[in-house]
Design a protein around this ligand. Sequence first.
Ligand SMILES: *Cc1c(COP(=O)(O)O)cnc(C)c1O
Length: 461
Amino acid sequence: MAKIPYKIYLSEDEIPRYWFNMKAVMKELPDPILNPATFEPCTTEELEQVFCKELVEQELNTTDQFIEIPQELLDFYRMYRPSPLVRAYCLEKLLDTPAEIYYKFEGTNTSGSHKLNSAAAQVYYAKKQGLTHLTTETGAGQWGTALAMACAYFDIDLTVYMVKVSAQQKPYRKAVIETYGGKVIPSPSDTTEAGRRILAEYPDTGGSLGCAISEALETAVKTDNCKYVLGSVLDHVLLHQTIIGEETRIACEKYDIRPDMIIGCIGGGSNFGGLIAPFVSEKIKGRSDVRIIGVEPASCPSMTRGKYAYDYGDTGKTSPLLKMYTLGAGYIPSPSHSGGLRFHGMSPIVSKLYHDGYIEARAVEQTSVFEAATMFARSEGTLPAPESAHALRAAIDEALRCRETGEKKTILFGLTGTGFFDMTAYMSYNEGSMVDNIPTDKDLEKGFAGLPQAPKEALLK
Ligand SMILES: *Cc1c(COP(=O)(O)O)cnc(C)c1O
């Protein structure tokens, strides 16, 4: 076997031509999406009021293991895919570990993260359906940027409700979105009923993802030829991200790399679900015992400390109900520097895999995340996004454990993006002013208390 190159690039022809539908291989399916008014499963028609038609079809598809990627979309993917699988030789050396470390690097496009994979797909289907306008929310700004790029390419108008603190802290993110032609509205705003309601109750709030989602949803429903698109959590978003996992699997097979451990950061769970899809599928079939670890911030610990329950996706409590690990839609996490991981809930697919014991979860504190990010930047050169550095932290911890035990494990993690717009966070770490905000059990109780209760009639069924 030839020495493994620093960067493994597949050829353009090797880009997968299909997405991998996890639900077709899961032994038990996640519980269905419910209408919050009736507690009955949402019908196709109900979901189509909010989402694009073909995305709803993907959301509800539990039978086709492979779903074809349309040619027009493959043409877009070709501009920045395949993404490299990198052997972290320099990090291994720094850690003096016998472990082999690999990372799948999704930060090679201008938006700076994996989010473009689903943004392009969602905008493509919106265009195909004849829509002219989309709305969304963005927290850290990566999703808004990715979507603005895709909307520019497919020629669709875009309104982005950007969490107010992010819009203030990351003016350059806002500028990039505007450069691609997107309209940015800091949230909460007075442009929607949900926004006005939240402002009346909390006039000084810096906003939250859940609150921005409420505003984007409302605008989509009230605007002609307009739908709402979401950057994570839902099954169709995870589906689009499986291109990451399929490329990874193909590269691993080509070079006979057999990961003992696959690690990803989890915000809404789509990048992680996409990365692990083909690997967890082998595990479900009993053909692999690879360890799969999702890493979340200790400040927003939906998997490690949340409840597995039906909950809203948004603070305004207007979205359909998802069965997931959640801290409660009313939970507003402390303002950590990993905006992309500050969501109260988790992908229903990832939640179900965790509930059924196929994957593990771990929470890490942000100062230790930035310590890992700095080690990585100084050895590998790439400046990681704070979100990605959660996975990196766990990968480094596992590699250090191998140094203790002498085991030569193969560790693979997802490096979801770059951190060029996160310099405020790096500055705070560099000057020693970064703190770890870990919620107490009492803090979490408040979020759990707001979980939706089924009406009596629904419980009697
Ligand atoms: C949004 C984001 C995440 C979180 O992704 P999920 O798929 O929601 O878990 C991780 N890393 C980066 C760089 C992001 O932009």
